[in-house]
Design a protein around this ligand. Sequence first.
Ligand code: KG4
Ligand code: ZN
Length: 344
Amino acid sequence: MIVLGIESSCDETAVAVLEDHALLSSIVASQIDRHRPFGGVVPEIAAREHLSSIDFIVTQALAESGKKLSDIDLIAVTRGPGLVGSLLVGVTYAKALAFSLDKPLIPVDHVKAHVHGALLGVKRPPSEIFPALSLVVSGGHCNFYHMASPTSFELIGFTLDDSCGECFDKVAKMLGLAYPGGPVIESLAKSGNPSQFPMPRAMSGNRGIRFSYSGLKTHVAGLIASRKESIQSDKIMLADLCAGFQEEALGQIVRMIEKAYDLYPSVRSVLIAGGVAANQRLRDLVQNSRIGGRGLFPAPKYCTDNAAMIAESGRYFYSDAATCRTEDLNWDVYARYPFESEAQ
Ligand code: KG4
Ligand code: ZN
């Protein structure tokens, strides 16, 4: 089956062509340079950029894959969550394309698709990977799932406030660093000593699988306010602060992974995806944790937003369409996550 995947939920217009398990092409056109001056994504600019580039990116992805539009068997498009104006560009484009080609179309949940990104190129059959735990740590979410199969997502944990990636971005902004903050902080932290700036440990009580990043963010804001000039002008101090912050931001993730694993000890693997999963320090911490080799990460370039994961996710949901939950096939671009009511 040849799947055309389309992603436009935030600030990347991405298109991929997937033939069964083989990724034939994957193009990610980032708008980051357009948003950087504002320190974050501007929704109106994002939607207009998608509109002007989507058709060109589809043409380019098809050319790179060596396939024609008529070869496509299924179109998969991000339905949400994301910026409404941006989502509408991708969804409307995909609907028109599917209608004109008379091909099936499947809506894809962006957060769940991140999890499927960890399965891209994995040769092992699902029976060797599931039941699994999965965690999406991105700019918008910290969602933890128990999965009996590739399309069964039971939400068992989420953040009470900020997401981990959002916290990286906000701390970077406070330090006058570039957007997105995750890769910049990771790079500065490499030469820093985390013990120079001990951080408060959040969510260490027995409150289930819940994340919280607002306390850590406020603590860093306080440190910066009290020593702003020295932190920004002293490269060693800046590296130490980045290292201290990163260690606790990622440490919280690893503690929650171990907690979830204690609750579901029979899982075969733990899939860890989303932009923050690109962080090498997180990968090392997970490898040295109790779950060790059970951790399964996407290749770094498929951690951040891309359309290969959308095509992969669309393929799973299309083949399980008869048995998956009706919510997983809805087209409500405006829908938001019902976190508390859905989670245990
Ligand atoms: O998954 P993603 O591309 O978009 C969302 O769906 O949100 O995630 C983007 C987030 C940003 O907050 C970015 O700072 C963070 O992932 N990120 C990282 C790293 N690379 C990206 N965070 C920590 N370390 C990284 N290397
Ligand atoms: Zn994402």
